[in-house]
Design a binder for this molecule. Structure first.
Ligand code: SF4
Length: 218
């Protein structure tokens, strides 16, 4: 990609991200614009300062900005059920602890330009913690998650760009993990079991949304 193309992509990305930030704030989320993933990491760590327990919802975006070392250095206990060495019981225990942690980190699968946050989960632990329980929820979302359309368009984005790579990554036995295409399967290992739409910020939850002018996660 040439420097000029990158500059133009960033220009349009900034316009879109700032439009979404305004819409999210109008929906009572605490949304902020970040010009890139480094700025998002810095702000995420500031927002998580003082956290004693930090939960991770299983997000490539959050993994990629590498928060763990700094959080641990700041005294936080990390609740991450993504470690493949965990037993099913240990994994379940961590997912339950995440529901009442100090700070819960996740990305969003899609955010519409009018500020609705849409997610699809297999178990529901991630979307549950995003809605109620943790003292603070911090969502980091790259510009590739923004959808110029309605909730159906947001779900379409998720089924096209988020779920197939997730099933492939997780080694699930689903059609999309083979072909990369959703066929609305009935597989026992289907990861699309719960769809949540946060239209306005839930009353008892402090939700920060960092909208980043960079492609992050999927
Ligand atoms: S419904 Fe099934 S095929 Fe479609 S994305 Fe979800 S797991 Fe994959």
């Amino acid at each position: 990609m040439t420097k000029k193309t990158k500059e133009l992509n960033n220009w349009v990305g900034e316009k879109l991200c700032k439009k979404v930030v305004a819409a999210l704030n109008n929906n009572r989320f605490k949304a902020e614009y970040c010009e890139n993933s480094l700025a998002a990491k810095k702000r995420a760590l500031e927002l998580a300062a003082g956290a004693t327990t930090v939960g991770f919802g299983g997000s490539r975006t959050i993994t990629d900005i590498e928060l763990v070392d700094e959080l641990v250095a700041n005294g936080a206990t990390i609740l991450n059920h993504g470690n493949p060495e965990l037993s099913p019981e240990e994994k379940m225990a961590l997912m339950k602890q995440q529901q009442t942690c100090s700070v819960f980190f996740s990305s969003a699968n899609a955010i519409t330009l009018d500020g609705a946050i849409v997610n699809i989960d297999g178990v529901g632990n991630r979307v549950s913690a995003m809605i109620f329980g943790p003292e603070k929820v911090i969502i980091v979302a790259g510009r590739n998650k923004l959808v110029d359309g309605d909730i159906c368009d947001a779900i379409k984005r998720i089924k096209t760009f988020a779920c197939p790579p997730n099933t492939y990554r997780l080694g699930k036995k689903t059609p999309c993990a083979e072909t990369g295409i959703c066929v609305n399967c009935n597989s026992p290992e289907r990861i699309c079991n719960v769809t949540t739409i946060l239209e306005k910020c839930p009353r008892a939850t402090d939700i920060y949304v960092l909208v980043v002018n960079e492609e992050m996660g999927f």
